[in-house]
Design a protein around this ligand. Structure first.
Ligand SMILES: [Zn+2]
Ligand SMILES: [Zn+2]
Length: 129
């Protein structure tokens, strides 16, 4: 029995990511090409997956749009977060205690009613969860 035979029968899953890690764990280095290929392929797949989650964009996730309220309103600043200055004098700040929905500016009237309903629904969701 030579030492070389023991190394050859190393029990490593060559050609797989597992094999790649086994190379490292057992210090059988450098890893063989099939193991490196498998590892690189897996890494590429992981990156592609991350990009899918990010809607195909590379880089950090985009911040949420300021108006994900689902309501179309032509008024400038309607649905804007109240961390922004009041968009216009007719706008009212809508907040709902315990809601995941942040405080927003809405036109007084239908938009504010809608905003309140939206905030209320999201507060109920919090209660359920
Ligand atoms: Zn290998
Ligand atoms: Zn509005």
């Amino acid at each position: 029995m030579s030492a070389i035979q023991t190394v050859a029968r190393d029990g490593i899953d060559h050609g797989s990511t597992r094999g790649y890690y086994q190379h490292r764990a057992r210090k059988v280095l450098p890893s063989c090409q099939p193991c490196r290929d498998a590892y690189n392929a897996a890494n590429r797949a992981k990156r592609a997956e991350a990009q899918r989650w990010n809607r195909g964009l590379v880089g950090p996730p985009a911040p949420p749009r300021p108006v994900p309220t689902g309501r179309e309103c032509p008024a400038d600043g309607c649905g804007e977060l109240t961390s922004m200055p009041q968009p216009s004098t007719g706008m009212v700040a809508v907040s709902w205690p315990g809601s995941r929905e942040p405080d927003r500016w809405y036109c007084a009237g239908a938009c504010a009613t809608y905003g309140r309903a939206l905030a209320e629904v999201r507060a109920i969701e919090v209660g359920r969860g």
